[in-house]
Design a protein around this ligand. Structure first.
Ligand SMILES: [Zn+2]
Length: 390
């Protein structure tokens, strides 16, 4: 193991001037640039366009191999039929090499605790990976690895390990529902974590469930301002009512902020993960670029990104529509920082439009906020009660 590090160290220093390279193809010795993700959950996209769909998110410190580039993107070769694209603004070239470092994996080891399955995969470099949510579970793929002689230790849970097809290790998790999953960096590789479906008490579904509650914006970041009202304040007031209502029904609640202060988006997610939350709920008030259009578009809406969060979004929406009698602004697929986490299960709620006078008046009324919080809590309970429908 030590020897390998020395060799890679040499590569690194020899080709440290890699950032000067314009076209990787034209560099005789170099076929691949080694790129390390500098930011947690760096997006890997399906096209060189910053609005293109995300194929995967790469955790900080993980390594990708680029074979081409344009002004703004690196082209990433994962050994699949299609290439993927990484925005240059996130990442730096670490080194340039002539061959990809296909890592040999001899064993993977399963473990579990009350809440999660954990699969430890030893790696000397943390490689690119992706997740795919399936109707019957989850597929995890790890790229640029060789698993010809793979030993699987302490296997448990409903997992199928499919080693090394085109240098890919695939682990499939069979489950009728998903309740959070992620890759967690480990100093000697990575840990694939999959949350178990908790045993739900159908009378009191929130009992013991850990909820991270995120009052959107705060501090200098005011959010929507309309009729002299600032979104950050409405978010906090409603969140405090929701927190009370959730706790009353047995949930453990962790608020990303309890005061009027600025909290960066990714700190909110890290906070939810530190608390080992089951669910992350972000509370916002909506607006429109052209406020005049509010006559046509307003009401309550819930946003999700991962399929596993759809049922939570839809149960919340049903319950909130019933109570608020607001216009139905939909259960919407949206790529937001606070909808993208795969662990915990995450949704973002736009309680209403602050630029709509009627909705603003209701959402700033304490009595309405309490009723809203009750309906919100019922929506989460409905979701949990039927987490798995047999
Ligand atoms: Zn907002």
């Amino acid at each position: 193991m030590k020897k390998l590090f020395v060799i890679f160290g040499l590569f690194f220093f020899t080709f440290l001037s890699a950032s000067a390279i314009e076209n990787l193809e034209d560099v005789g010795i170099a076929k691949y640039a080694v790129i390390e993700a500098k930011r947690d959950y760096t997006p890997l996209r399906i096209a060189p366009d910053e609005s293109a769909r995300r194929f995967s998110h790469i955790r900080k410190g993980f390594v990708l191999y680029a074979d081409k580039q344009n002004d703004d993107f690196y082209r990433i070769d994962l050994g699949l039929d299609e290439p993927f694209w990484l925005e240059k603004k996130y990442d730096d070239v670490q080194a340039v090499i002539s061959e990809k470092r296909i890592q040999k994996i001899d064993e993977i080891e399963f473990d579990e605790d009350k809440e999660k399955y954990k699969i430890f995969i030893p790696l000397y470099i943390q490689n690119a990976y992706s997740f795919k949510e399936l109707p019957d579970g989850l597929e995890f793929s790890l790229y640029d690895v060789n698993c010809d002689n793979l030993e699987i230790k302490n296997k448990r849970g409903s997992f199928n390990v499919i080693p090394s097809k085109k240098s890919v290790l695939t682990i499939k998790y069979i489950s009728p529902a998903l309740f959070g999953y992620d890759v967690v960096p480990h100093k000697k590789g990575l840990v694939l974590e999959v949350r178990k479906i908790p045993k739900i008490n159908r009378k009191k579904p929130l009992k013991g469930i850990k909820i991270a509650l995120d009052a959107g914006h705060g501090g200098e970041e005011k959010g929507v301002c309309a009729f002299g009202v600032e979104e950050k304040d409405v978010n906090l007031k409603i969140s405090k009512q929701i927190s009370k209502a959730l706790k009353k029904r047995g949930a453990k609640v962790y608020m990303t902020r309890k005061k009027d202060k600025y909290v960066p988006l990714y700190d909110r997610i890290a906070f939810a993960q530190e608390k080992n939350a089951d669910i992350l709920l972000s509370i916002h008030q909506n607006s429109l670029p052209n406020p005049k259009e509010v006559v046509n578009k307003h009401g309550v809406g819930v946003y999700y990104y991962n399929k596993q969060a759809y049922n939570l979004a839809s149960n919340l929406q049903q319950s909130l529509l019933k109570q608020t009698k607001f216009r139905d602004d939909g259960v919407n697929y949206a790529s937001f920082a606070l909808t993208r986490p795969t662990n915990p299960v995450s949704v973002l709620v736009e309680c209403g439009y602050l630029i709509d006078k009627n909705e603003m008046q209701q959402l700033t009324n304490k009595k309405f906020q309490k009723e809203f919080a009750k309906a919100f809590t019922k929506g989460v309970e409905d979701y949990l009660r039927y987490l798995v429908v047999f």
